[in-house]
Design a protein around this ligand. Structure first.
Ligand code: 2AM
Length: 176
């Protein structure tokens, strides 16, 4: 039996945006009681698949490679807190139609491969601080961060002692 691969679809901001997000995370961590995530980990998850048998990987790689190039933009200007799983995150005050559509289209395509979309509503976010006991004292990012996205990435998450390590299996943009 093969070990399941922990997979998800994501968008990776460009280098400058990731650095700006990491700086926010550093600034926020002391007041939120958690630890900041590094620049290379800054991303938005579009669809989390969890543990996937390796036999299904090829179909997911094909789906990613066949996905049309994107031409989207997202402005991050708001801070939020998920008390469980204790994350302080960056998102936007106004819904982003492109991201919502992309999330829905992706799950429709994944449904044709036997994956089931989660029940809960999609809240686009970039996790900044983990193990955060408190929300940030402000609800806005110090400076809005605008970034353009062009490529979907199929990513594998490997959990290790030093936190999550991400590896792009297909697609990309600025993904590691
Ligand atoms: P998070 O940053 O909000 O924790 C790899 O673990 C990526 O998948 C992370 O972006 C993480 O989101 C997301 N993720 C992990 N578990 C998830 C779940 N059960 N549902 C949705 N997304 C999840």
């Amino acid at each position: 039996m093969t070990v399941p691969r922990r997979l998800f679809f994501a968008l990776w901001p460009d280098d400058a945006s990731r650095r700006a997000l990491a700086a926010e995370a550093e600034r926020l961590a002391p007041q939120c009681g958690g630890y900041p995530l590094p620049a290379e980990n800054m991303h938005i998850t579009l669809a989390f698949l969890g543990g996937v048998d390796a036999s299904r990987l090829e179909a997911l790689v094909d789906l990613t490679r066949a996905w049309p190039t994107l031409d989207g933009e997202w402005t991050l200007d708001r801070l939020g807190h998920f008390p469980q799983p204790r994350i302080v995150w960056a998102g936007s005050r106004t819904p982003n139609a492109e991201l919502t559509t992309l999330n829905a289209e992706l799950w429709r395509a994944l449904g044709r491969h036997g994956f089931t979309s989660p029940q809960r509503e999609f809240t686009p976010h970039v996790s900044l601080v983990r193990q955060a006991d408190h929300a940030a004292t402000v609800s806005r990012l110090s400076t809005p961060i605008r970034w353009r996205f062009d490529h979907l990435a199929l990513v594998e998450s490997q959990l290790g002692g030093g936190g999550s390590h991400y590896r792009t299996l297909a697609g990309g943009g600025s993904a590691p």
